[in-house]
Design a protein around this ligand. Structure first.
Ligand SMILES: [Fe+2]
Length: 363
């Protein structure tokens, strides 16, 4: 049952990694903001195109930033800002052009680990009435190579890909696929830099991340009227991502807030236009034996009041491993705090917090 006064510790039974801090799910006037902490902006081009010394310098700074707060901002990632601009406009068109009836034909349901499909406003989760519409597309929703993993799209079936199974208009599959393919090129280099920063084999996940699963989430936050603003429902509740890591093109509208576990305050994240925000999730906290945190974040109202007149758009891509893979603490990171667990079990036990106890798959 949604409760605007709920705190995260009301739901610890779902946590699959340790989360000791306490925060209200919804933004509140009593919340404290950390005006001093600046989330690091790093040039990923140093790693992608640099020599050995450049790569080592990047890895050191990247590791320090991610260990410190679980968030960093990457420039030099090689993706054309124009693509992000086009995607911004496309997300608005996508949500505004379709009727609610059309959208509800694609209501979210579990496909493997991922709750894929449409989430109406106030129904992003069962536990909080967020003022956002969302739509999640996992790899199965794209005409992309699914093999290379034994857990491919149709799981043993030879059915051809059919965009209409996932998209109200197949041309959107084609257009959003460009974004998925662009980000896919960054998945292994980011993972390699992250594992190298931990002192692990940088390539330890290369096989798992070949044609891996992901969740591209399109978010459309309508402008808020006064009634919404004072209802206690924020734009998006405080949460941690369940994944290895998330790639988020810097949104045009402010609102993203990140929990600083040292100051116990929220940091307003303002990323440069065209940059890519990166944060680590629960899978990564688990396999890194808590070295890399899965950091709490949420979307609140911007300082400038633009939420009263302007919709906000974001399109994060969550990087997963396929359901049958095992999440296990990496070698060399001390005595494992966690048992090995199948990804689908880990993922669905954790996200049952949002989707109900029967979402969990125990296999
Ligand atoms: Fe998130």
């Amino acid at each position: 049952m949604a409760d605007v006064n709920a705190v995260n510790q009301d739901f610890t039974r779902y946590d699959q990694v340790e989360k000791r801090h306490t925060y209200r799910l919804a933004e509140h006037v009593s919340d404290a903001f950390d005006e001093d902490y600046e989330i690091g902006v790093l040039d990923f081009g140093q790693f992608l195109n640099g020599d050995t010394a450049d790569k080592a310098n990047f890895v050191e700074a990247f590791g320090a930033a991610v260990r410190d707060i679980g968030f960093t901002v990457l420039t030099g990632h090689g993706i054309d800002t124009k693509l992000y601009d086009e995607m911004h406009e496309l997300v608005i068109e996508f949500f505004e052009a379709l009727s609610l009836d059309d959208k509800m034909q694609y209501r979210a349901r579990r496909q493997g680990s991922v709750n894929q499909g449409y989430f109406p406003i106030e129904e992003t989760s069962d536990i909080h009435p967020d003022q956002v519409e969302g739509w999640v597309f996992c790899r199965r929703a794209f005409d992309m190579e699914q093999s290379g993993s034994k857990q491919g799209s149709k799981q043993g079936s030879n059915e051809p890909f059919c965009a209409e199974d996932f998209w109200p208009d197949p041309r959107y599959e084609h257009m959003f696929r460009r974004l998925a393919l662009s980000h896919e090129q960054l998945i292994k280099p980011i993972a390699q830099a992250m594992f190298q920063s931990l002192g692990c084999d940088p390539h330890i996940y290369d096989d798992k991340l070949s044609n891996t699963n992901f969740g591209l989430r399109l978010n459309y936050y309508p402008s808020l009227n006064e009634e919404h603003e004072h209802s206690g429902a924020g734009r998006l509740l405080g949460h941690e991502d369940v994944d290895l890591f998330t790639l988020l093109p810097a949104p045009r509208e402010e609102g993203l807030q990140v929990w600083n576990h040292r100051s116990n305050k929220w940091v307003r994240l303002r990323a440069p236009e065209g940059s890519l925000i990166l944060n680590t999730g629960d899978y990564m906290q688990r396999v890194s034996n808590d070295r890399l945190p899965s950091t709490t974040h949420r979307v609140g109202n911007p300082d400038d009041g633009s939420h009263r007149s302007t919709p906000r758009v974001s399109f994060p891509m969550a990087v997963y491993v396929w359901e049958e893979e095992i999440l296990e603490v990496l070698p060399g990171l001390g005595k494992p705090k966690y048992e090995p667990v199948k990804a689908i079990t880990f993922h669905t036990r954790s996200t049952a917090k949002f989707y109900g106890d029967d979402y969990a798959v125990e296999s």
